[in-house]
Design a protein around this ligand. Structure first.
Ligand code: S6P
Ligand code: ZN
Length: 183
């Protein structure tokens, strides 16, 4: 029950599950599929890893995970997580940034879309009903801890089909949030 996190690196002492997402796992999520295929051919790099801790999946339990999101872009769109609605959409989530610079992009079914800038020490709340995606807008790893109901589940299908309403693109040394024409 007692775990330990290195607040500098996000490394957890006890881990129950590791998810590794390479470029080839991200087909359908980045807007420029040609640029993604080139990246896959050039070595299929890791985009992000998720280190999960869970006690039990039964209702009432909480789980948590550290995500390490690498720095880079696919055709100008910053490296990001797939993003998901929770299967149980009434369930929210808490994000705590440990390292790097990121954005937490959120949208609900009613058309509301918002984003929070994330740097070390920021805590962002994902309300029930909001799909959420993390984007690394910095030049080092973006690392955060997420805490969520163990039975919340992930629904990636709707995001794979339509994406988010907004894309986060490179602009000079920074970023810009633009409309997703394909949404
Ligand atoms: C789980 C939580 C995070 C993400 C992780 C990867 O509810 O939101 O742990 O799973 O950041 O993102 P994704 O969209 O690939 O699950
Ligand atoms: Zn989630």
């Amino acid at each position: 029950m007692l775990n330990e996190i290195d607040l500098e690196t996000g490394k957890l002492r006890d881990i129950k599950n590791i998810v590794v997402r390479r470029a080839s796992d991200m087909r359908g999520f980045f807007s420029n599929s040609e640029a993604l295929e080139k990246l896959i051919e050039s070595g299929d790099p890791i985009i992000y890893e998720v280190f999960e801790w869970k006690y039990s999946s039964s209702p009432g339990n909480l789980s948590y995970a550290v995500t390490v999101l690498r720095s880079g872009d696919v055709g100008g769109e910053f490296y990001m997580t797939k993003g998901h609605y929770h299967e149980k959409e009434e369930m929210g989530e808490l994000y705590i940034c440990l390292r790097g610079r990121g954005l937490l992009l959120m949208q609900n079914r009613e058309g509301d879309v918002k984003w929070s800038e994330m740097k070390r020490g920021n805590i962002a709340y994902v309300p029930p009903g909001y799909a959420h995606r993390s984007i690394n807008v910095g030049d080092e790893e973006f690392i955060f801890l997420a805490v969520y109901p163990s039975d919340a589940g992930h629904n990636y299908g709707d995001i794979k089909e339509k994406g988010f309403r907004k894309l986060v693109m490179k602009k000079g040394d920074g970023y810009e949030v633009v409309d997703n024409e394909k949404y």
